[in-house]
Design a protein. Structure first.
Length: 430
């Protein structure tokens, strides 16, 4: 009889391995690689590196990956409870090497296996109401998230809430939660990633770790937490009603507009407050989750016909936000004069508001005559409010059917959740 063959188990995705290369030895977790001929490794530091097959002399198994755990086994006893609401986006996805696309990380064990660091910070309870790309979300999703968050905030065992979300329309959701939740009693933290966690340049790990620290802080605000720079040094906490995505792919894509960040947050838990913030309290949160979808965001451009305003009127819209030029202008002369149509809409009970197309700065209709003419037509000027925040605020106010049009017009000009600054300094342009 011949000798019995020894079956050697090859390392698999998730296993801890050692990779011997011509230049040294690397130790880490073996990840699925989307590039043919490349071994992808997650190092102990959290960074991912790619090693070409031709440079790897051998791969040695150190420890097999743990089998999937159910949610009860994942709980970290003795750690403060944080509710993590997963809604989709790149931070909640990993690369599918079979298809070349990404797949959602919906199960608690799968998600936490990619982000083991947060288990050392908090006892995380994962809630998964849906999985959507941010461009597929709508007001019903904002309402659902707001109700879930309010329930968590009113749970005495929960210390804070984290919401993972896609980047492209995250600032719409952060604005919606700001108005629907009002004055919160605990931290409500939205976070994201521009690149999935299994990529070497991913921003996901630092963002989520800093979000976990923010969720346990004494800052009782609806805020967005993410990279403050291109480096993996610290994150900013940004007010949910004064933030905007400013770059398609940079890791520090979200910037505060016309204001300063709330705080700096480091991955070791250090938090440095920059401005005065609302503090954690024991008040009960009363969710006010309503919204009217009959609102529109319209960008004015040279040569644009005012006929577009009549279109929205015929379609039954109740409110329009117009991104205006300069200090608050649209064409008010010649064949394309908008003033007559604007006045007509306002007289018919449609709330028309002007916002800044420049993003930074504020509107002032009294400087030039076109602005003064538009102001007389009944248009509401939103000062330094972001156009997207204006859209969300208008839809939220109009969702209250008991509020009259004049009340809505008045409240659009009031600072309810930090969406308006009464004064702007040059430091906000830095």
């Amino acid at each position: 009889m011949g000798k019995k063959k020894t079956i050697v188990k090859l390392p698999e995705t998730g296993d801890e391995v050692i990779v011997k290369t011509k230049s040294g030895v690397e130790k880490g977790i073996l990840l699925k690689s989307h590039e043919p001929g490349v071994v992808l490794l997650k190092l102990g530091s959290g960074y991912n590196i790619g090693i070409k097959n031709r440079d790897a002399e051998y791969i040695q198994l150190v420890k097999k990956a743990k089998e999937s755990e159910d949610e009860e086994k994942i709980k970290m006893k003795g750690k403060p409870r944080v509710d993590l609401i997963i809604t989709g986006g790149t931070i909640s996805a990993s690369l599918d090497s079979k298809t070349g696309g990404v797949k959602w990380l919906t199960s608690p064990s799968k998600f936490l296996s990619f982000y083991p660091e947060i288990r050392e910070i908090a006892d995380v309870r994962i809630i998964n109401p849906f999985m959507k790309a941010s461009e597929s979300m709508n007001s019903l999703d904002w309402i659902k998230i707001a109700k879930i968050v309010a329930k968590s905030l009113n749970d005495p065992h929960v210390q804070g809430v984290i919401i993972t979300h896609g980047t492209d329309f995250l600032h719409y959701t952060s604005a919606a939660l700001s108005f629907m939740l009002g004055k919160v009693n605990k931290p409500v933290v939205l976070t994201y990633s521009q690149r999935s966690v299994d990529r070497g340049s991913s921003d996901a790990r630092l963002n989520l770790v800093c979000a976990a620290h923010a969720a346990l802080s004494d800052i009782a605000e609806v805020m967005l937490v993410g990279h403050a720079s291109l480096n993996d040094d610290y994150c900013f906490a940004l007010r949910g009603s004064k933030v905007r995505k400013m770059h398609t792919s940079r890791r520090d894509t979200f910037r505060p507009v016309n204001c300063k960040p709330l705080a700096k947050i480091w991955q070791d838990g250090k938090i440095e407050k920059i401005v005065e913030c609302s503090k954690r309290n024991k008040n009960k949160v009363k969710v006010d989750a309503v919204f009217s979808d009959k609102v529109a965001l319209l960008k004015f451009y040279p040569g644009q016909s005012p006929d577009i305003l009549e279109y929205y009127s015929k379609k039954g819209y109740k409110g329009i936000i117009i991104e205006m030029s300069g200090l608050g202008h649209v064409c008010t002369e010649g064949k394309l004069d908008w003033n007559f149509e604007l006045k007509s809409l306002c007289e018919r009970g449609i709330v028309v508001c002007g916002a800044c197309q420049t993003i930074y700065g504020r509107l002032n209709p009294l400087v030039y005559s076109p602005g003064r003419e538009i102001l007389k037509s009944g248009v509401v000027y939103l000062k330094d409010m972001l156009p997207e925040t204006g859209l969300i605020k208008l839809g939220w106010l109009l969702g209250h059917k008991e509020k009259g049009i004049e009340v809505v017009r008045e409240e659009m000009q009031k600072n309810l959740v930090g969406e308006i600054n009464e004064r702007l300094g040059s430091e906000f342009l830095e």
